[in-house]
Design a protein around this ligand. Structure first.
Ligand SMILES: [Zn+2]
Length: 142
């Protein structure tokens, strides 16, 4: 038995460091102490950002121009890229967004940029706030 330096009760105590000083504290007070420390750790959360890839908004225009400049027939391009002609036409008209794999094929083939990296900011102050909205999200706002 000893005396708790924190609550003053006569209890079994052990030495703990509180705000840099060693004190004798009972188990109840040691428990409170560590609880506070846990909360403090949460507050110190580091900035966290997540990078996500998305297709650029004007993908249709870019693809259309690239095909025009190549001087090739859409049929041939579709064949070369191993996609269907109707899929290619849908992309050109902006009716269908190319999937990531197809978009990257286009990028390589025509030396264009269709994929952009969007940074999602999860730091406490900016939680839920995104630097750029994806197309689906923009559509939701309209
Ligand atoms: Zn105590």
């Amino acid at each position: 038995m000893g005396q708790c330096d924190i609550c003053g009760l006569e209890r079994k105590t052990r030495g703990v460091i509180v705000e840099g000083a060693e004190v004798e504290a009972c188990y109840a007070c040691v428990g409170k102490q560590s609880g506070e420390e846990k909360k403090r750790t949460v507050k110190k959360e580091r900035p966290k950002t997540v990078k996500e890839e998305s297709i650029v908004e004007n993908y249709a225009e870019i693809v259309k121009n690239a095909i025009k400049e190549s001087g090739k027939r859409e049929e041939d391009i579709a064949k070369e890229m191993n996609i269907t002609l109707s899929y290619l036409k849908h992309i050109e008209r902006g009716e269908m967004m190319p999937d990531m794999k197809t978009a990257k094929k286009f990028e390589k083939k025509f030396n264009i940029r269709l994929v952009e990296t969007v940074v999602l900011d999860f730091t406490p102050a900016n939680r839920e706030k995104k630097k750029e909205l994806t197309m689906e999200e923009q559509a939701e706002w309209e």
